[in-house]
Design a protein around this ligand. Structure first.
Ligand SMILES: [Fe+2]
Ligand SMILES: [Fe+2]
Length: 317
């Protein structure tokens, strides 16, 4: 890989590859080249770097209490401290299960890019490197769910079926935006937890790995989105915004499965209704989306006809 990266640079922003061909080294290639170097220098193997044999630490949380979907509600007041901790564990398991679904879709989107592109370019090589990381992340999240001993939570059948269509429907800025919504929301919560000593050490290590590797993915996707949005034909804008608004609503509504309430003795339908009306939960969703919403707004990707979808998701105040 090192040899492949050390191609001969020639004058005028061009490079000469080992096969003698010359091509323009543009910003896209430079960004991907830098990210490939970073990937080679700093990556984790969750199989080895997380101590899966360590038992949970008595009394430590799995999720900060103020990020629980029922925090501050009447139902929350009725839960014992042990039930609150248990609910946090199941909510993290739900986010991890939903994360696996999202990452599998993301891998399909990256595979589509690689299928259509030139594997001798740095940006396609970086897409392949990112797929390799997402493969390891999904295994890591599956191991985390096993370690916590919770059920496997997954999106409902309808969302699962819709997900099958995404790689066909999504392209351009909506594709990169969909990737970023998934990546940046979870990144925000993980950054809040990684230095919190009251959180289980295994969770914090998983967060540390994911934060470091996702920083590259987010940088790549943001650069790709900016490039695609600038080239987007005006006639396509409404469709792209509509698709992205739909993704935003699906992500915000499905991170927490209603089934997480059952193990703490709550009725899933009632608890779900309370969570969806909970201002503290709305604030958690808004906090998760704060940075990506600002970025997508600046890129012109949030607006009519999808503004209502963004409002319903609580990502947009
Ligand atoms: Fe990931
Ligand atoms: Fe990622």
């Amino acid at each position: 890989m090192v040899q492949a990266l050390d191609r001969e640079r020639t004058a005028g922003g061009r490079e000469r590859a080992a096969d003698g061909r010359e091509r323009t080294v543009d910003d896209r290639e430079r960004t991907a080249d830098r990210l490939l170097r970073s990937t080679a220098a700093r990556s984790y193997d969750p199989e080895l770097d997380v101590d899966w044999s360590a038992p949970p630490v008595e009394g430590k949380h799995y999720l900060p209490e103020h990020r629980c979907s029922l925090y501050g509600t009447g139902l929350w007041q009725r839960l014992t401290p042990e039930q609150r901790l248990e609910l946090g564990k199941h909510e993290i398991a739900s986010v991890a299960g939903f994360g696996i679904w999202l990452e599998t879709l993301l891998m399909r989107l990256l595979a589509k890019l690689a299928y259509e592109g030139d594997p001798l370019t740095r940006h396609i090589q970086y897409a392949l490197a990112e797929m390799a990381e997402e493969c390891r992340h999904s295994t890591m999240f599956a191991r985390l769910i096993e370690w916590m001993g919770t059920p496997r939570y997954a999106p409902p059948a309808g969302v699962h079926a819709l997900g099958r269509l995404l790689p066909t429907l999504a392209h351009g800025p909506a594709m990169w935006g969909a990737i970023l919504i998934g990546e940046e929301l979870t990144d925000r919560y993980q950054r809040e937890m990684v230095d919190d000593d009251s959180i289980q050490p295994v969770i914090r290590m998983v967060n540390k790995i994911h934060i470091m590797e996702e920083a590259r993915h987010i940088g790549f996707a943001r650069a790709e989105l900016t490039r695609c949005a600038a080239a987007l034909p005006r006639a396509e804008l409404a469709w792209q915004r509509g698709l992205l608004g739909r993704v935003a609503l699906i992500v915000s509504r499905n991170l927490i499965s209603p089934e997480v309430y059952r193990p703490v003795g709550l009725d899933p339908r009632e608890a779900r209704r309370v969570a969806l009306a909970n201002p503290a939960h709305h604030e958690t969703v808004r906090y998760g989306g704060e940075k990506i919403v600002a970025f997508l707004r600046d890129a012109g990707m949030i607006g009519p006809p999808a503004t209502r979808l963004w409002r319903r998701s609580h990502l947009l105040p």
